[in-house]
Design a protein around this ligand. Structure first.
Ligand code: PRP
Length: 224
């Protein structure tokens, strides 16, 4: 593998991303495989713009607590730098970091890959850069959703280029079967079907982020 980029192993399916140790010092060697949790137990929607609730606030809290415990175990002596990708990861980051019981620091990056569209354009634009250097830091990138993977691929390469000691990815959601690029992901909250989801940080045209659960948006609302 190239020394210019982190190790991108894999997968078209979430399962392939786990239980696989990285073979390079460029990737964390302390991966604690986190099994993806399928959350297809759809519930009726309390919101008129949604077809259903995909993941309840109770399911979110429970899974994020587990992810926090896993990260605590893996990074106990690493003083990790958690980088939240604005805006979508903001609720995930604030809840996850409160479930991590070891020293850490936080920073934020704002990028845009969707604009107001409902599909990734593939073009990643930096809107806000980091405030602190990643050099020699054990970075964990926090994302709300991994769809094509283009955003995370860009960020992982970017932080690797800045000299991070290691780079891991924690995504709350992973869409099944939509990845356009191979990407090694250490922590996944929920593997979800290829639907347009909103809430808990996820938006459509900047709306719905403040819903306390994750729901499926009615297709008629974004049909072109
Ligand atoms: C969304 C999401 C991820 C990215 C994932 O960001 O928050 O950052 O798209 O898509 P990908 O895997 O296809 O690259 P968006 O550009 O909508 O910005 P936002 O976080 O402000 O909503």
């Amino acid at each position: 593998m190239s020394s210019e980029s982190p190790e991108f192993i894999h997968p078209t399916s979430a399962a392939a991303a786990f239980g696989k140790k990285p073979s390079s010092s460029d990737s964390p060697e302390f991966i604690h495989p986190t099994p993806a949790v399928a959350a297809f137990d759809e519930q009726p929607s309390p919101h008129g713009d949604l077809t259903s609730v995909l993941i309840s606030k109770e399911q979110l809290a429970s899974r994020i607590a587990q992810m926090g415990a896993d990260i605590t175990q893996d990074y106990a002596d690493k003083n990790p730098l958690l980088i939240g990708v604005l805006k979508g990861a903001v609720y995930f980051m604030t809840d996850l970091t409160r479930r991590i019981d070891c020293p850490l620091t936080m920073d934020f990056m704002a990028v845009s890959s969707y604009g107001d569209a409902h599909r990734s354009s593939g073009v990643v634009r930096i809107i806000k850069d980091l405030n602190e250097p990643v050099t020699d830091r054990h970075v964990i990138i926090l994302e709300d959703i991994l769809d094509t993977g283009l955003t995370l691929k860009y960020l992982a390469r970017n932080f690797h280029g800045r000299g991070a000691a290691s780079i891991a990815i924690a995504t709350l959601l992973l869409k099944e079967g939509t990845q356009a690029v191979p990407l090694d992901v250490q922590y996944v909250g929920f593997t979800i079907p290829d639907a347009f989801v909103v809430g808990y940080g996820l938006d459509y045209a900047q709306h719905y982020r403040n819903l306390p659960y994750i729901g499926i948006l009615k297709p008629a609302l974004y049909a072109e």
